[in-house]
Design a protein around this ligand. Sequence first.
Ligand code: PRT
Ligand code: ZN
Length: 596
Amino acid sequence: MNSLKRTTASEYKENLLQRLESGFVQCIDLLSVKEYNEETDKEGFHVIPSAGDGVIGRYYSLKDMEIDTPNIIVRKSVYSKLCAADRALKRKRGYENCQIIVTYGYRRPEIQKEFYDATYEKKRNENPLLSEEKLREAVHREIAFPEVAGHPTGGAVDVILFDYKNGKFLDFGTEICQFDSKNIYYGANDISDKARRNRRTLRTIMCQQGFAPYDGEWWHFCYGDREWAYYTYRRKYRQGVKIEKKALYRQKKYEEISEIAYNDKVKKSKSSIVEQSCVRLAIQKDGRLTEETLSILKKSGIVITRGKREILVKSDNFPLEILFVRDDDISNLVDKGVADIGVVGENVYRENFVRGKNRSLIKRYLGFGNCFLALAVPNDSNIEHLQDLNGKSIATSFPRLTRRFLENEHIKADIINITGSVEVAPVINYADAIVDLVSTGSSLQQNNLHVLFHILDSQSILIANCHSDKDMEKKHIIEQLLQRIDSYLIAKKYKYVNMIIPQSQVSKIVEIINGIGRVDDLDDYDESIENNLDKNVSIDMRVPVVYPMYGYKEWCSLQTIMKQSDLWNKMDELKENGAINIVFYSIEGIIDETLR
Ligand code: PRT
Ligand code: ZN
């Protein structure tokens, strides 16, 4: 008999999850909320600041909405409720240094539909026999049915708590949107006590402000949308009070709100009623580094509209102010804190670097403006070895680097400091040798000079003033900027690769791609990835993903991310092992989870 059969732990868990699911608000419930209040719907939107230690808005990924509205926006009341919840949070024991981060607010209805359709498609393939209605409910559990969705009203938010003292997100048991785990259900019991407590705290502070929770996702809360209306109605009903099922807000098209959300913000930041702090970035005004620097900013989604002679320009959509100056001044300006960050040639930074007095740090190597500082002499010169320089004169615009170099080599020579056209100094007998930057070498050639010694490699770098890190708001903005730049830098190097491979060759091909022993040796794999990456980029790249192919038992589809150069080097070997239909794509961006 059945009663003799013990329930196993996993059966118990599955049971619990099923019972939880049956309690979630369903799509059909929300369809029963048909009306909205036109008066309350007139309420405007508010741009959530992206830095500070109160409520801030930061997307989890660069996808979708961020293109339209780089800052997260919500209804005005939603924002004030979030602020109140944030204040309540800080009054709770153990949460004094925490803040609410909103990772999603308003979403364009078209995007909602795209998400829904994609999930629908996926679930339909998984369950071909499910009835239309059941399927709709299953999809709705992950991504709301477009017609009833809360995010497009500006009333729904996805939130997480962040400890800004320690720079850590609190533990909630799962990531936001980790849909492959049922532990995202609020009531899931397979998470740590700490995670459970954090979930409870988040729910308490939000519900006290009148938000409705969603049991299917611990991070999702809403106010004023259909889900909120249904939740409020049902709660009152249980208390024996019957109220109207009426939403406060209806969904808005992007055109309807972009005026309010976007222009409002720009106007505000241009007149000095700025409620948000701003980071100042110094870049070269007009020279070798200018174009590429502006291009990186643009590709990072930062919009700058610059008048011809403007030297200080505010970004239209990011708390960043660009200061256009001479290249040689940048590292001093950052050092003095006149600018918080700067993009400059490493040569300039090193030339100005004074040990013990320096107040700026290298944050990123940007990989353009490559050149090297060289010691060069005339082709007909009798200087053949470094030691021959003793007693000679060297012209340069890098006196400090030159002096340091000579000291290291124990050479006593005269340094003549000149600022331009250094190459001609030997020609006019003004100096015996020069120390100057070289990139193609043609300038040396033209002046009958050749390189005797390669002193220093240089490329453009991003530097930051040490104190900018101490201001929490600025630190957040800089982190955000770096995350965007990283995403661009990493993506630039890699290709997304797709190929069809014979089932029998899977391990061989994975081996070729990884360039190391076996795939299942994950520790090795991680290390090899580490070694392959530049010093400043950390990236979570996974092992190649291999999918079976429907209808072709002998074949699989493999997807991975590879450096373009690696791909070409390995192409022959891949083909020899039966790989066909190799397609690769440029990547728009890669967000590394650890950089968040
Ligand atoms: O007015 P401002 O001070 O901003 O400009 P600038 O004249 O000081 O700087 P700019 O625009 O010439 O260079 C800006 C930065 O670009 C430098 O600080 C370097 O980090 C980087 N860079 C890269 C170079 C070169 N390559 C380079 N080749 N800077 C200068 N050169 C010069 C070099 O000094 C020499 O005169 O180009 C000549 C040699 O070039 P090749 O290709 O003939 O070897
Ligand atoms: Zn949500």
